[in-house]
Design a protein around this ligand. Structure first.
Ligand code: GLA
Length: 381
């Protein structure tokens, strides 16, 4: 409770309203600050870690679900705004919400009919999205407490670890997971995922931040310009499970190879857009070999804020907040309406355990799972 009061005050400030880092002269000091964010029903403290870089950019992360709760970045005039949806205090995250800012796992995205077979054994999962399993099941990584360690490094870095026990949510193997968030002075948020298992298992980790580069709660995202570095995407069936086809984006509303407004084609008479109620699809990244590649770039024309996503992953889910319907009141009581945010979830393809032709999501004892995603913030002139 040491920092309790201070936090709630500064949080109210940060909570989504536009603040100028330079107004009043002082930029916040670079480093990490820990404060109390809330309390679990069993008494455990929900902590908030605020990472600050030398430009005054701030990222708030909580140990509950390893969630990114705020990202304060400047517009082209230097005005700071919080560009992710979420809540002002930790307890609000305990209630129903669509994975705001969370680490999702063990399997980000969907597994068809909530089951898969590995080494001849069928594993059954919770069907929490119609017939399918979504984002790790009933109590996925978004709803567990992570152990947080502040890393003494040049940049502000926070390490989160979690041990998922053999059989948890139906998945085999004791899985130890480590996610490190690092904020650089280049305004990059690095998310570094590591995992190891003691039995053959499947794994797909992602982050589920909801971005609005105009500032959270500032209307819909239909004017944002999006570029996705992908010539193919994975079309889905009526339950949003990939059919297995890798379809060329050419001459479809899924061609984002040139920057295009999200709203330009979202309501087109297109079977895939109808199934997704908008964009809710995995794109197959155009990459040369493995390693880091540019996945997407999003520009908000009025503020000039730019988000660039780079990743080691083969795919990215582009989701346009189609299920947001104004029932959630977020930071400062703001209403989060239909398509008030977009997600860019770097990942392996949905339902890979049931699609042998997709890049494998299997992890075996002795192997180390390692994936990296970078969210870089800048502005256009
Ligand atoms: C993912 C899914 C969406 C939706 C959201 C959470 O992005 O692809 O269909 O379930 O999570 O609401």
């Amino acid at each position: 409770m040491k920092y309790g009061k201070a936090v709630f005050c500064s949080l109210a400030l940060v909570a989504g309203l536009t603040v100028t880092a330079t107004a009043g002269g002082q930029k916040p000091k670079p480093g990490i600050k820990r404060s109390t964010f809330g309390k679990m029903s069993d008494g455990q403290t929900i902590e908030l870690y605020t990472l600050t870089n030398k430009n005054g950019v701030q990222v708030g992360i909580t140990n509950y679900g390893g969630r990114i709760v705020s990202i304060l970045v400047p517009d082209r005039q230097g005005q700071m705004a919080d560009v992710v949806l979420g809540f002002d205090n930790g307890n609000d995250y305990l209630g129903a919400n669509p994975y705001f800012g969370a680490i999702v796992g063990r399997y980000a995205n969907r597994i068809a009919k909530a089951k898969f077979t590995l080494d001849g054994v069928e594993y059954k999962l919770a069907a929490n999205d119609g017939p399918n399993s979504l984002h790790g099941g009933l109590r996925g990584f978004d709803k567990v407490m992570w152990k947080a360690t502040e890393l003494a490094k040049e940049n502000s870095a926070l390490e989160l670890t979690y041990l998922s026990k053999d059989g948890e949510e139906g998945y085999p193997g004791n899985l130890s997971v480590k996610v490190t968030y690092t904020l650089s002075d280049e305004n990059e948020l690095w998310i570094d995922y590591h995992a190891a298992t003691d039995k053959d298992t499947v794994l797909n980790l992602s982050n589920h931040s909801y971005f609005n580069l105009a500032g959270e709660g500032h209307g819909d995202i239909l004017q944002h310009l999006v570029m996705i570095n992908a010539s193919r995407f994975t079309p889905v069936d009526g339950t949003l499970i990939p059919t297995g086809e890798l379809r060329n984006v050419h001459s479809t509303p899924f061609d984002f190879r040139q920057p295009t407004a999200i709203g330009a084609r979202i309501n087109d008479d297109d079977e895939q857009l109808k199934l997704g109620r908008g964009y809710d699809h995995n794109f197959v990244l155009d990459r040369k070999g493995s390693g880091m590649t540019l996945a997407a770039r999003v520009t908000e024309p009025v503020s000039g804020r730019v988000l660039e996503v780079r990743t080691t992953q083969p795919g990215i889910q582009f989701y346009t907040g189609n299920f947001l319907d104004g029932t959630i009141h977020g930071k400062g009581g703001k209403v989060y309406g239909h398509r008030f945010a977009f997600c860019l979830e770097t990942q392996h393809f949905p339902d890979s355990p049931n699609h042998p032709s997709f890049p494998s999501t299997e992890l075996k004892p002795g192997e180390t799972f390692h994936q990296v995603t970078v969210f870089k913030f800048s502005t256009t002139p």
